[in-house]
Design a protein. Structure first.
Length: 109
């Protein structure tokens, strides 16, 4: 991530914090998006500007195929209801593009 700027990184389970953020050289060089099924958890994450409420283990993952450069998660898999779907979703390298207008998406500049 530090070698190339302009990447889209999905932090699956990025609730209260982004655990790898301290290892990122230039935070503004890439777009890091926290994804969590709990809007309350995301509210506590003050380290990232973009946050999406979504279930990463849902069969209808609300993102398009093909644009994220990196998908990361830490201590997430053991909390998911469907690991096979989660890993399938991550394999698609999703682009953050909500399918429904009701999905909460917040990005601040």
């Amino acid at each position: 991530m530090n070698r190339r700027s302009g990447q889209v990184v999905l932090d699956i389970g990025g609730g209260k914090e982004c655990p790898f953020l301290s290892f990122v050289g230039n935070r503004d060089a890439n777009l890091i998006i926290a994804i969590n099924y709990s809007e309350d958890e995301l509210r506590h994450n003050n380290s990232l500007d973009c946050k999406i409420v979504a279930d990463a283990a849902a069969s209808e993952f609300p993102f398009r195929d093909g644009a994220a450069d990196l998908v990361v998660s830490r201590s997430v898999v053991e909390h998911l209801h469907d690991n096979a779907t989660f890993f399938s979703n991550c394999g698609y390298r999703p682009l953050p593009l909500p399918k429904t207008p009701n999905m909460p998406l917040t990005c601040r500049k």
